[in-house]
Design a protein around this ligand. Structure first.
Ligand code: ZN
Length: 128
């Protein structure tokens, strides 16, 4: 849809010079790619592809993605502290399966969050 709008905009500005239209096109393109492909983590301020931000069903997160990337979350939460992990899951409105967490932690240690989010994603897709 936005691409069609750009073309309509172009026809209205046909009298304007080519350079101006190119700038406009480039701005729209940059906005589209950044919206679709990348997000900025509010913690590390890095632009990262969307899969680095866990999907959440919570309406408190526009776009239904965490504001903080998973790498940062792994550094912020002590993953051997079940109370902290539980609090994070509540914040993200995600289920906290204690047995699953414990068995993943035995293998993944400080990267258990990534592993856990991946299993949630797998379950989500296999349920479809
Ligand atoms: Zn981050």
């Amino acid at each position: 849809m936005p691409l069609i709008e750009v073309d309509e905009m172009d026809s209205h500005h046909r009298a304007k010079n080519v350079r101006e239209r190119c700038v406009l096109r480039e701005e729209v393109r940059r906005k589209l790619t950044s919206d679709q492909k990348n997000r900025r983590c509010i913690r590390c301020k890095e632009d990262k592809p969307e899969f680095n931000f866990v999907h959440t069903p919570s309406n408190f997160f526009p776009g239904h993605r965490s504001y903080i990337c998973t790498s940062c979350l792994e550094r912020m939460v002590a993953q051997d502290n079940l109370g902290e992990v539980d609090r994070l899951m509540r914040y993200l409105d995600l289920p906290f399966d204690l047995d699953k967490w414990t068995s993943l932690y035995a293998i993944h240690k400080d990267h258990t969050l990534t592993a856990y989010f991946n299993t949630l994603l797998d379950e989500h897709y296999s349920a479809l």
